[in-house]
Design a protein around this ligand. Structure first.
Ligand code: SAM
Length: 291
């Protein structure tokens, strides 16, 4: 199990090499800076059957991006970027420069590989680092984006304060995240069935009610623009979901969430669906503006 600072994703190391092998490309050649072959081997969309590590996949990224306004020269930061699916989607659709930061080194290396394979490496900068202590200047980004990452982070104040610090005044913070259902009253009621895709043990699970997040953001001076509950559509989506790459393209079927999350992914996905059915968790899209 790959474990870094209280999170765990995947079963073994060397993920980028394994992904390259499954894509039938030579990782050394792809990562060689002198290799300036002109035509990308893939498009970002080719990878979308496996590279969006969140509920409702690429469709959810596309939906959140409807709230995004980016212009040439603007810079967007994706926090907890995973293997880069959302970052590539944004870089391909919008003209802005995209940065991604993630605590899982294997994911960062895989994101860099996939960016190169679809010719987006000049437009996307990946950094291995902690969301709670980011290596970026104050007031730097026009937009901060995050999907399904906050539930891995215990120190919510540090996380949202960092987002505020790196955003320009007037900048936009967009998220697609999992919270405990606001209607639950006690810690016991809020206990979820484990393992889930982001946590196998209680100490890795840091869900809090959405109202806690709204209060933190308000105290930090953010203005709320959108708070949309997409729990029902997420629950519906899970009814038809089996975690497989259904081979809608020519990629290896082994490029699927099990490779990135862990061999017990089917059990984790089943519990996520169960927690949704029991109204334990809410899936929220949010858009907030830094005052
Ligand atoms: C469920 S994955 C989502 C990945 C990506 N946002 C996506 O939707 O495809 C959660 C990600 O958050 C990252 N993460 C967890 N805690 C983090 C932290 N403190 N700093 C940066 N990344 C973190 C994990 O490494 C993982 O890649």
């Amino acid at each position: 199990m790959t474990e870094e600072q209280g999170i765990e994703y995947g079963d073994e190391g060397n993920l980028a090499k394994r992904v390259a092998d499954l894509l039938r490309v030579d990782i050394a050649t792809v990562n060689n800076d002198n290799n300036t072959s002109s035509k990308p081997l893939f498009s970002a969309k080719d990878f979308s059957v496996f590279d969006h590590l969140h509920s409702r996949g690429r469709a959810a990224t596309q939906e959140l991006s409807e709230y995004l306004s980016a212009h040439p020269g603007s810079e967007l930061l994706d926090i907890g970027c995973g293997i880069g699916g959302p970052a590539r989607f944004i870089a391909e659709r919008f003209v802005c420069k995209v940065h991604g930061i993630d605590l899982t080194k294997d994911f960062c290396e895989t994101a860099v590989l996939l960016n190169r394979l679809c010719g987006l490496d000049k437009r996307i900068q990946i950094t291995h680092g902690d969301a709670c202590d980011m290596p970026y200047d104050d007031n730097h980004f026009d937009t901060v984006w995050t999907q399904h990452t906050s539930m891995n982070i215990a120190d919510k104040n540090a996380f949202y304060s960092e987002i505020k610090r790196v955003l320009k005044p007037g900048g936009t913070f967009l998220f697609h995240d999992i919270f405990s259902n606001d209607a639950l009253q006690t810690d016991e009621e809020r206990q979820i069935h484990l393992p889930v895709p982001w946590a196998s043990r209680p100490e890795h699970n840091h869900l809090v009610p959405g109202e806690v997040i709204r209060d933190i953001l308000k105290d930090l001076g953010f203005h709320r623009e959108i708070w949309t509950d997409v729990t029902a559509e997420t629950h519906l989506w899970f009814h038809n979901y089996n975690g497989a790459n259904n081979g809608q393209n020519t990629l290896s079927k082994d490029l699927n969430p099990t490779l990135f999350i862990g061999r017990d992914f089917p059990e984790r996905a089943k519990n996520l669906k169960k927690n949704l059915a029991l109204n334990k968790i809410s899936i929220i899209q949010g858009v907030f503006r830094k005052g």
